[in-house]
Structure formats: structure tokens, C-alpha cells
Design a protein around this ligand. Structure first.
Ligand SMILES: [Zn+2]
Ligand SMILES: [Zn+2]
Length: 401
């Protein structure tokens, strides 16, 4: 199996226009997390046309497909997320979203199209591939973490998948370039909800009841002391309270207050500390005000930790196919979270950013904006880097099978 860079580039050029039209179709018909029904149907149609076997309806509307190479028992994986966001698109393009209040504002239409393009090329190469390639079309990245469910459904087995690559569009980097981060790239996260219970009474006689709102306010402001006084200041952690509800009327002492937020940590060990400190602080504050409280945690993701060996391979491959100046090394991780972290946790994983800013543009809108408008040429970069990296990784991993 020895394809030259020129040969791979020619294959990417040959599929590019088709992949762009697939992306535009997906962009026009975006679907929310857990509702990716038509998106899934579209992907299955494309896989049928290519003759690639797959299983559908995994983790909801997920699809797991396999391109069998010479070794049918071992392989590597490529992952694309499929879901869109509850946003009304404001970009005036011919393929603007036709689904009201839903938009592919996180570029998952691009990711899915890139994976379909890579699938076509790798399928053409299958007789030469030393191992198999698993294609993960993953649902619900934005909400419940479809990655974990696909893994729990056994998608990393038969063939055994030792390495998974994923990519995400990034509007702070020019299209044509990629950005790689060694080690921890995204934070572990965990959502929390605190319910403070008191006893409602007339606002003129607060001593007849127990105010739930006041201790809840104290908790929200005191939580920040965990970051500045309980955790090593050299560590990256955060607590954000994004929602707070309490009270029914201006002259009634509130009997219940509910607030919720998210906690992030680059080091998983700090996540356990955050949970303990938050619980202690809320319980003791409630007690000090004569109220009570309950705390629940949900939606935990581990840290997204890039594998050093895969990092080296993809870095080297990206430089070879894109040129040194189009490969950015960044050492600053983000406290954002992505469920690709589960792939990194359960196998070796490498997640990287592909630039999608029009070269020369200075005010590109970021992902999750109603005006997000990626330069479609990033599709070419994505397919090229993914295909070339898979070939390189299979060659390396073949030695260990
Ligand atoms: Zn997103
Ligand atoms: Zn995303």
C-alpha cells in the first residue's frame, strides 16, 4: 500500500464537488440532537451507493460502517458528529436551512460530508489497506454524548479499533490549515443542579418562614471561592452557573430556589474535588440559613486527551500533505468539552481542528453563531488529512497486530 501524496490529492479532487453538494444538502436539512432521522437516512443511502456495510440506529440515529481491509479483525476509526443546533440561521446562502429554528451552526454538516468523502476514497483503496476502517456517524454530540453510547453498543469491537481520529471546524484558523494540540485538548465537564428548599411565607414576616432565595444567592457567589481558594491556582478549572429560578411573587418569601451550571477541569482528578467542595459548600450554606438542599450531577465527560503517538503521526502527515506553514501547533487547551473524549478514553484518540475561515477574513463568526459561515474549501483539507493519516496509522499499527 503506497499511495503518493499526488495520488491521494487527485482522489480528493475527484470527490470534492460531490462532497460539497452532500454538505449543502445536510446544511439545508439540519436536525437536532437525538432527532437525526433524515440525516441518518441520507448517510445510509450514500453508504448503500458505495456498497459499504453498516449498522444503523445505534445510540439513537447513529451509524457504524466498516470498510474491510486485508486484516478484518483490526482497524482504525474515523468519527463525524451529525447533529445541529436550535438556532435560526441568518446567513443568506442558496442552501440556507429549511428547517425553522435549526441550523448546522457547529459545522457537523461539514464533518459528516468529510467522512462520506473519506469513506469513498478509502473504499476504493480497500484491497490495499493493511487493516479495516470503522466509520462512526455519531449522533447527539451537542446534548447527551452519543459517543459514549456508540462505544457502549460495541462499536470499538469486531474489528477491534485501536485508534480513532476526529476533527472539528475552527473559524479562528484559515481554511487550508489545521491546528493540533498535544495532550489535554478539551476539559472534563459535569453539570450540576442545586435545589434549595425553605418555607414560603409573607414577605413582610420573613421570620415566619425560611427563605430559600437568600442562601441560594450566597451559594452562587461563594462557589467562585472554590476556584480561587480550594484548587491549586496553577490548575485550569471553572464553575459557571447559567440558570437560576426562584420565587413566585414580589411579596412572598421564596420557598424554593433552583440553580444549575457546569464545572470544567483539565485534570480529571480536580473534577472529583469540585464535586466534593460544591456539595460541602451548598449543604453548609443551606444549614446556616435554616434551609436544606439537594445536589445532583449529570452529563459527565472525561478530559479529551490526545494520544502522543497519534499526535506525531497526524502532525507529520498533515505537514506532508498541506505543507509546514499550514499546520499550526497550539499548546493552549480549551475548557470546552466534546464527547470525542470518550473515544480518547476507550481507545487511542486524536482530535484536531481544521480551519474554516475564508483566508483574509478578519471578522469570521464563530461556531454556534447564527451567522457562522465556514469556507467550504476546508472540506478538501479535512478529507485529505483524514485519508492520508488513516493510511499512515494503519501502516504503523499493522506491526502490532
Ligand atoms: Zn457545538
Ligand atoms: Zn461541534
Amino acid at each position: 500500500m503506497n499511495y503518493t501524496i499526488e495520488e491521494i490529492k487527485n482522489k480528493v479532487d475527484a470527490v470534492y464537488d460531490t462532497v460539497v453538494s452532500m454538505r449543502r444538502h445536510l446544511h439545508m436539512y439540519p436536525e437536532l440532537s437525538e432527532e437525526e432521522c433524515e440525516t441518518s437516512r441520507f448517510i445510509c443511502q450514500q453508504l448503500d451507493l458505495l456498497g459499504i456495510p453498516y449498522e444503523k440506529d445505534i445510540a439513537g440515529h447513529g451509524i457504524s460502517a466498516v470498510i474491510y481491509g486485508k486484516n478484518r479483525a483490526h482497524g482504525v476509526g474515523l468519527r463525524a458528529d451529525m447533529d445541529a443546533l436550535p438556532i435560526e440561521e441568518k446567513v443568506e446562502i442558496p442552501f440556507k436551512s429549511k428547517n425553522p429554528n435549526i441550523m448546522h451552526a457547529c459545522g457537523h454538516d461539514i464533518h459528516t460530508a468529510i467522512l462520506l468523502g473519506a469513506a469513498k476514497i478509502l473504499n476504493e483503496m480497500k484491497d490495499d489497506l493493511p487493516g479495516s476502517v470503522r466509520l462512526f456517524f455519531q449522533p447527539s454530540e451537542e446534548t447527551i454524548g452519543g459517543a459514549r453510547q456508540m462505544i457502549e453498543a460495541g462499536c470499538l469491537t469486531s474489528p477491534a479499533i485501536s485508534s480513532v481520529l476526529g476533527l472539528h471546524v475552527d473559524s479562528s484558523t484559515d481554511a487550508g490549515s489545521v491546528e493540533l494540540i498535544p495532550g489535554a485538548m478539551n476539559a472534563a465537564c459535569c453539570e450540576f443542579t442545586v435545589v434549595v428548599t425553605g418555607k414560603a411565607c409573607h414577605g413582610a414576616h420573613p421570620n415566619d418562614g425560611i427563605d430559600a432565595l437568600l442562601p441560594a444567592c450566597t451559594m452562587v457567589s461563594s462557589l467562585q471561592s472554590i476556584i480561587t481558594r480550594r484548587i491549586d491556582p496553577a490548575e485550569s478549572v471553572l464553575i459557571t452557573v447559567g440558570k437560576f429560578n426562584s420565587g413566585t411573587k414580589e411579596n412572598i418569601v421564596s420557598g424554593e430556589a433552583v440553580f444549575s451550571g457546569t464545572m470544567r477541569a483539565l485534570d480529571m482528578r480536580n473534577m472529583d474535588k469540585l464535586k466534593t467542595y460544591l456539595t460541602d459548600l451548598c449543604k453548609s450554606t443551606a444549614a446556616a440559613y435554616g434551609a436544606s438542599c439537594s445536589i445532583s450531577f449529570s452529563g459527565s465527560y472525561p478530559t479529551l486527551e490526545n494520544d502522543p503517538k497519534l499526535f506525531d503521526i497526524v502532525m507529520k502527515t498533515a505537514k506532508a500533505v498541506l505543507g509546514d506553514t499550514h499546520v499550526k501547533l497550539t499548546v493552549k487547551p480549551s475548557l470546552g468539552a466534546d464527547d470525542f473524549a470518550f473515544f480518547c478514553h476507550e481507545s487511542r484518540g486524536l482530535y484536531y481542528n481544521i480551519g474554516c475561515r475564508k483566508p483574509g477574513e478578519t471578522d469570521a463568526y464563530p461556531i454556534h453563531s447564527e451567522l457562522f459561515c465556514p469556507d467550504e474549501s476546508c472540506i478538501r483539507t479535512g478529507i485529505l488529512t483524514q485519508v492520508a493519516s488513516v493510511l499512515h496509522i494503519l501502516k504503523e499499527e499493522e506491526k502490532t497486530w
